[in-house]
Structure formats: C-alpha cells, structure tokens
Design a protein around this ligand. Structure first.
Ligand code: ZN
Length: 182
C-alpha cells in the first residue's frame, strides 16, 4: 500500500513538468508508421481506441525520471511489452546504436544526448529556479513531501543545483528533512 502510494505521488510529481499542449498523438503514430519502434508489431488498431489507450503506448524517450515531458518530439511508439521494458531507462541503456541513430532521425533528439550520461531536462531545472513554482510544489505535495525531497536530492547529486536555494520562503527544516533521506 505504501509503495503504491509512493508510486502514485511520484507520477503526480512528474505531471507538474508535463506539457500536454505539445503532444500530438496522431503525429507520433504517423512518424512511427503505427509500429512498435523496437519489435515492429502493428499498433494501428490503437488509433481507433480512446486517448488513454493510445497514450499507454507512448514512451518518454528521454525519461520523465529526469523531468523530460511527453511531447511529440520526446515520444517513442512502443508496444506494451517494450514500453514496460524501456521504463525509466536512458535511451543508450535500451536501444542498439542503429536504433538510436534512427530514433534521432525520427524525433530530432540529439544522438549525443541519448548516448551520454542521463541528464536532467534543462527547461525543467529552469522552472525550479522560479520561487513561485517551488512554493506551489511544496503546497501541492504538503501531504506527501518525500517524493519532492527525493527529487531535490537527485538533482543536487547529479548537477549540484539545490532548488531549496531558490526561495527563502520554504522553511530550512525541509533541507534537514531532505538531507535525512540522502
Ligand atoms: Zn514491441
């Protein structure tokens, strides 16, 4: 139960960084010729289904774990099995070199970004430099703040940026709570 709640809070946290207006599902299906990019299985039947079913086959190419939103250009069409296998992996950990080159051609994502170390989305890091964005996040996650604090720790460890420094209007006690989770 606890794990389930944590997973749903994590999803909810990531939703704060999504950009739904930049997602065109039909364009993605067309781009991938309605086939799973990994195994080539035909997914065109999904197009007659409802939107949630279609979104279910779209994978964040650059993972939401690193705050990359699901946009037309960051989506890979994958069947359910391959979507589950890819999960939060960075592209180089899941695709062959040839697939990465083709994926770059199809999506416009920089090949070097996909073969490098996992990197946080710089746009999302910029939002985290906005005091009112941080204050709103703390209000939204007041009940279950741990996912937010873990995100702070992950960003701090990978980039050296501490979003708790963004605003003085967050109690210093949150820094202690976050440090205790490291
Ligand atoms: Zn597949």
């Amino acid at each position: 139960m606890e794990q389930h709640r944590e997973a749903s809070q994590k999803r909810r946290l990531y939703t704060q960084f999504e950009e739904p207006n930049k997602l065109n599902i039909n364009e993605i299906y067309e781009r991938f010729s309605c086939r799973c990019f990994k195994c080539g299985i035909d997914l065109s039947d999904d197009l007659s289904g409802d939107a949630p079913q279609k979104v279910g086959n779209l994978d964040h190419t650059l993972p939401v774990y690193y705050l990359w939103p699901l946009t037309t250009n960051n989506a890979t069409l994958l069947c359910r099995d391959h979507n589950g296998e890819k999960a939060e992996k960075w592209p180089v950990a899941f695709y062959t070199d040839q697939e990465l080159r083709r994926l770059s051609a199809l999506t416009g994502i920089d090949y070097r970004l996909m073969i490098g170390d996992p990197a946080f989305n710089p746009d999302a890091l910029n939002w985290l430099k906005n005091p009112s964005f941080i204050e709103t996040l703390f209000e939204k996650f007041a009940r279950y703040p741990n996912e937010l604090l873990r995100l702070r720790n992950r960003i701090l460890e990978r980039t050296g940026f501490d979003f708790l420094d963004t605003t003085a209007r967050i109690s210093p006690d949150w820094r202690k709570a976050a440090d205790a989770l490291r």
